[in-house]
Design a protein around this ligand. Structure first.
Ligand code: DC
Length: 219
């Protein structure tokens, strides 16, 4: 592998294995792992704590600033709001699973995160990573359309729902997917030129290897 800097965009629906794949790639190639789903979850938590509904998010964010910053912990970039981070158990609660798609369909929420997410490329450089892998729904289409590699993960919905059950999580994934794919702004769709990977049939080692094989050809 050469010393070039890799920008990998990893998109897919709920439970398609984005986080596991991104973690595995980040370890294999010293890439900073950016989970943009956790950004939407954190903003959702912050707005719910302020008693703001999805429909009121625009009005609130027009008048008030949510100061965003980053802390890199163990290869992972974590969003801080007003200097505070969020536990995974908080971000993945049933309440957040239920409302995150409604907040993330709001233009004001997406605008707030658009610039922040794009700054992550520089954060990865400053922290001496060899690139970054950013996972989400609109990374290859909107946030990093010039990524070196765009991957779209897919899996049968029954397999995805089972993964959530095995993780002990209450999450209506088909309901979220429906909202995420049908929204007007930055819907979940495969980016032009992306590589489709079915994580329902392949194990994580095979998924990672198939992506590493493609990255190898980029050098
Ligand atoms: O990846 P996740 O399941 O943690 O994402 C939670 C929600 O955040 C998802 O249902 C839709 C939203 N999201 C988004 O709209 N755009 C992204 N790039 C990432 C997540």
């Amino acid at each position: 592998m050469s010393s070039r800097f890799y920008v990998v965009a990893l998109d897919g629906g709920a439970g398609t294995g984005k986080s596991t794949t991104a973690h595995s790639l980040s370890r294999a190639l010293n890439l900073m792992h950016v989970d943009t789903g956790s950004h939407y979850r954190a903003i959702t938590r912050a707005l719910l704590d302020l008693n703001i509904s999805p429909g009121d998010a625009g009005g609130y964010l027009n008048k008030n600033k949510l100061p965003l910053s980053t802390q890199v912990i163990d290869g992972r970039s974590c969003l801080l709001i007003d200097g505070a981070g969020f536990e995974q158990s908080v971000l993945r609660s049933p309440e957040i699973n239920e409302s995150v798609s409604d907040f993330s369909s709001q233009a004001s929420v997406r605008e707030l995160l658009f610039d922040y997410q794009r700054t992550q490329v520089q954060v990865a450089r400053e922290n001496n990573f060899d690139g970054l892998v950013m996972e989400g729904r609109d990374i290859g289409t909107v946030i990093l359309p010039d990524a070196d590699l765009k991957i779209f993960l897919e899996a049968d919905s029954g397999i995805r729902a089972n993964r959530r059950i095995q993780d002990g999580e209450s999450d209506q994934i088909t309901n979220r997917d429906e909202k995420d794919t049908s929204r007007k702004i930055a819907p979940l769709i495969p980016a032009n030129g992306c590589i489709h990977v079915d994580t329902g049939v392949l194990g994580i080692e095979e998924v990672t290897k198939s992506i590493l094989d493609v990255i190898e050809t980029l050098t």
